[in-house]
Design a protein around this ligand. Structure first.
Ligand SMILES: [Fe+2]
Ligand SMILES: [Fe+2]
Length: 263
């Protein structure tokens, strides 16, 4: 069984497809996850399972791999450490996760923005431009730049997972470019489609980062590197010509406006 702990979960599922169903029972959807960086031992360390659930899950996986044997379920290495880490991001990683919160609040408003889309009036165009500014300035310049220019540099950027993350950022940028062209051409259909596509893209992207990538990265980084990241993020925040509060205000205002409309 030990040999499987260090094997990629995707590889294990390919060999024993029934394991995918076992994982689904614990709400661990490895099958459709494109990330595919996790080894079996990471699955246990990253996902928020109780100790009992972990033991049950490992027992079922062992049974699927060795149906005819009574396998002793191995204790996952460095369990105590993993237990603490899975509930607590390092402080630089927590900063990125906290920034996701505002981006997720914006994403949650997108269907309402689309419903109210108005490319003709000054007020309608202003809202679209403010939304695009939220994406370009806060989500991209302020947040994605920290990931791409600092965090990801600590890892091998040729790995599938980082290629996927970069590709998601790039796709977000091209959706925004198309929105600006569509706004110029007063084409609400393309703006609406691109806003919704951005919403789907970022929802999945943030979920991958929060639940898989960042906990995994945290496990790989040394304490020294975590400290270094913290000060590099801090330096960027101090140097960048952008006020995060402005974007928090924009989201606050928009949430209130839509609430009023509903009420
Ligand atoms: Fe990202
Ligand atoms: Fe992110």
């Amino acid at each position: 069984m030990d040999e499987y702990l260090n094997k990629g979960i995707k590889e294990i599922i390919a060999e024993f497809p029934e394991i995918e169903e076992v994982l689904n029972d614990y709400d661990i959807g490895c099958g459709p996850c494109e990330v595919g960086i996790c080894q079996l031992k990471d699955i246990v360390a990253i996902h928020r399972l109780s100790e009992d659930q972990e033991q049950q899950l490992m027992a079922r996986i062992a049974k699927a791999i060795y149906p005819d044997q009574d396998i002793q379920v191995p204790q996952v290495e460095k369990k105590a450490e993993a237990e603490v880490k899975r509930f607590a991001y390092s402080s630089p990683m927590k900063k990125l996760v906290d920034e996701h919160v505002l981006i997720k609040r914006w994403i949650a408003l997108i269907p309402k923005v689309v419903e109210n889309l108005d490319v003709e009036s000054e007020k309608g165009r202003r809202l679209i431009l403010d939304g695009i500014d939220m994406i370009r300035s806060y989500a991209d310049k302020y947040h994605h730049a920290k990931e791409e220019e600092i965090l990801f540099k600590y890892f091998d950027e040729n790995t599938d997972i980082l290629q996927v993350m970069h590709a998601d950022h790039t796709r977000g940028r091209s959706l925004v470019k198309e929105m600006l062209v569509a706004l110029d051409q007063k084409d609400p259909k393309t703006i609406a489609e691109n806003l919704m596509a951005y919403r789907d893209l970022l929802t999945e992207h943030i979920r991958k980062e929060d639940e898989i990538l960042f906990p995994w990265m945290d496990n790989q980084l040394s304490n020294h590197q975590v400290g270094e990241l913290f000060s590099k993020f801090d330096a960027v925040d101090r140097q960048i010509d952008l006020s995060p509060d402005k974007y928090a205000d924009f989201i606050d205002r928009l949430e209130k406006e839509f609430e009023k409309q509903e009420g």
